[in-house]
Ligand binder design. Structure first.
Ligand SMILES: [Mg+2]
Length: 167
């Protein structure tokens, strides 16, 4: 496990504008077999219940191609499992990212090796940091909507500092 003091834990392996822009061809070519997807503002807008067709289609396409897909969210309400069952994929809520428990459980559910599993998420301090702690590949997306939970807004200010952007 990497230490929080290692600067690489704050560095995504790649970036995508949104989930559906992540190339399944490239993931397959690179040997990835498992995809862990964050829920809020990665798969679905924060506070929203409606899943965009383009994102549902991306998940369906990933499953058709044989990728294992698992949702991992810090959110604790029933929406996490509801969206998971809507998409036909396992969902882990109350994950406490960046602590490794949620991603570890997802690896067990997916049955994929760390080096063959990618995390796609919109937050540096939860999704990317949690992925890097466990040695998973991390893809950072832009949040779907600007609205965020208060705690997330604080983390975003820190993200801009770490990523070198002006607040
Ligand atoms: Mg998120």
């Amino acid at each position: 496990m990497r230490r929080a003091t290692d600067p690489h834990v704050f560095r995504p392996d790649s970036y995508a504008r949104r989930l559906s822009d992540v190339s399944l061809d490239e993931l397959a070519a690179a040997g990835f077999r498992g995809i862990i997807v964050d829920l809020d503002n990665t798969l679905i807008g924060y506070g929203q219940d409606h899943l965009a067709d383009v994102d549902a289609a991306w998940i369906a396409s990933a499953r058709e191609r044989g990728f294992g897909v698992c949702l991992v969210s810090n959110n604790f309400n029933g929406r996490v499992t509801r969206v998971g069952s809507q998409l036909g994929v396992p969902a882990i809520s109350s994950a406490l990212k960046p602590l490794p428990r949620g991603f570890s459980r997802a690896l067990a559910v997916l049955g994929t090796a760390k080096e063959r599993t990618v995390v796609v998420g919109d937050q540096l301090f939860t999704d990317v940091l949690g992925a890097k702690f466990l040695g998973l590949h991390a893809i950072l997306t832009e949040p779907i909507v600007a609205k965020d939970w208060l705690g997330t807004r604080v983390l975003r200010m820190l993200e801009r500092v770490v990523l070198g952007r002006r607040p």
